[in-house]
Design a protein around this ligand. Sequence first.
Ligand code: MG
Length: 381
Amino acid sequence: MKKLGILGSTGSIGTQALEVIDVLLNQFQIIYLTANNNIELLIKQAEKYNPKFICIGNSELKDKLKISLKNKDIEIFYGREGLLEISSCNEVDICLNALVGASGMEPTINALEGRVDIALSNKESMVMAGDFITQLKQKNNCKIFPVDSEHSAIWQCIVGENNKDIKKLILTGSGGPFRTRDYSTFNNVTVDEALAHPNWEMGRKISIDSATMMNKGLEVIEAKWLFDIPSNAIDIIIHPQSIIHSMVEFKDSSIKAQLGVPDMKVPIQYALTYPKHIESDWETLNLAEIGTLTFEKPDVVKFKCIKLAYQAINESNSYSVVLNVANDTTVQAFLDKKIKFNDIPRLNELAMETHPNTNSNDLKTIQDLSHWTEKFIKDQL
Ligand code: MG
């Protein structure tokens, strides 16, 4: 039985991961679960999975948890400190990091420091600290199993292949909710419109990232670090049906693709059961019913965030840190209705252009850059 910890167990990926665990009967023991503020769901999960440790966002919620779970032998942590402590727990075989945004980076590092393998849904970890994490992973002989559907697809395409034979990675993207929307109306985009993704059911932050296509840009950076492929060998193609989850082209021009219905439970399961494809009852793909798969070039004028990501990846390491933290902050400001939709790429770019750049990628540098960026964006609001 594998021992599993889930960071962010009440979010979209966390809850879907527990659905996967329910199907993989008796193959996983849950050691820890963490949530930010969804206390009701965390209580239900704790009662069902009997973890050794749980963590919640603040001390007030911790006191409530203590009362609700008084009959259970569960150690309860709280706040950022508690999250960092729980992510350092090396009693687990795999840590599923399903945290949102830059806050997920340090927990990824903590798990790797404890020589724990990571099922990584928090792409921001690789975007901000790809250089550092890659070195740490190698030093501690750990694995990172991608959960992001595109990266899971690429990973599945290159099992048994030699990295030297890869010509390029082709990341597919649905194009988000505004693929066909007139650019001149982008400033009128409402939060609800931006949250309404056509294919994938996701959390709020990543839904906005899909609407700006920053998500695809972050995925390019994530892919560079996960697969050790240069950015000029990573392409994006828009595929509105989200059936092909990504492709790999080899030097002999042969292309492999991974397909399936858009359901995050499949890549989550593969990340937890690699190298096995274990029987499940998830919906299967019916290509005859779908009939047509279409493709188009991404519009980098309309979706400037894609361009910013390629720019960041080709500059020193600090650019990706600043882009990521700026984006976390602008997305939150947009969700809070403090800025307009077009301000997201505009302010992300301004932060990138203005920051004190460096190629260092140690934790202290990343933290300093993060504070600089957050303050810089907040000063613009
Ligand atoms: Mg993705």
